[in-house]
Design a protein around this ligand. Structure first.
Ligand SMILES: Cc1cc2nc3c(=O)[nH]c(=O)nc-3n(C[C@H](O)[C@H](O)[C@H](O)COP(=O)(O)O)c2cc1C
Length: 212
């Protein structure tokens, strides 16, 4: 085991990210900057580049009030953060396949022929997937974007806390989302740090790695 935050030249952004629970509640991230943070986070990879993540940004006093009852024991982050971002996975993300492939063609990243081939391949994968398999894939993609969101925020000078402790079903219903389609994945609080995070520990690589 070792202390996590051993900062060096190459790991600076990674090692400096830590879960912050108390933010400076006077600092508001404006929507233009938040849009940039989210756009950068979306450089994340995803299965077939279908980008199944959907963001709900609660950044006004009214919208934060809406989310408050569902944040369980995470009230400090709720109260002090500039915003809480809810990440949902879209079980219908495959319906955007054509649109995404066409954008590749428009940007000359793909030929029409290749697009047609890819459409077939992707739709045959989709047809072979059970809902459970699809859900797994979407959760994985949303995990990537969540991680990138936390690092992107850090690069813009903000901090975050991934929050799994929230009332998933109730929040999904409060947002009037189709529960079969939208999977509640994670909340991420974001703001300017007011109280540094406590150090945390990590396994050493050799504790959890098999070299073969
Ligand atoms: C999926 C997930 C759910 C988490 N849920 C919560 C939560 O509900 N409340 C909280 O304060 N921290 C939560 N955390 C933060 C972890 O406690 C934290 O990442 C871990 O202790 C390591 O600390 P660090 O993020 O500062 O490196 C969660 C982290 C992850 C990845």
């Amino acid at each position: 085991m070792q202390i996590k935050n051993i900062v060096n030249e190459s790991n600076r952004l990674l090692a400096m990210r830590a879960s912050i629970r108390r933010y400076d509640d006077l600092v508001k991230i404006d929507r233009e900057e938040m849009r940039n943070i989210l756009q950068d986070a979306m450089t994340a990879p995803s299965s077939f580049n279908l980008q199944p993540w959907r963001f709900f940004v609660f950044d006004t006093p009214e919208s934060k009030e809406l989310i408050k009852p569902y944040m369980m024991f995470n009230q400090l982050q709720w109260e002090t953060s500039s915003a809480v971002i809810a990440i949902f996975g879209d079980m219908d993300s495959y319906s955007a396949t054509e649109k995404i492939l066409s954008a590749n063609v428009n940007f000359s990243l793909m030929t029409e022929d290749y697009k047609t081939q890819m459409l077939e391949i992707i739709s045959s994968y989709r047809d072979s997937y059970t809902d459970e398999r699809l859900r797994e894939s979407i959760l994985l993609d949303c995990g990537f974007v969540a991680m990138q969101l936390m690092l992107s925020a850090k690069a813009y000078g903000y901090d975050t806390n991934p929050i799994g402790g929230f009332m998933r079903k109730e929040l999904t219903q409060a947002l009037e989302l189709d529960e079969k389609r939208y999977i509640p994945v994670l909340l991420v609080s974001i703001g300017k740090v007011a109280e540094k995070a406590k150090d945390t520990v990590r396994f050493s690589v050799d504790d959890i790695t098999v070299w073969r």
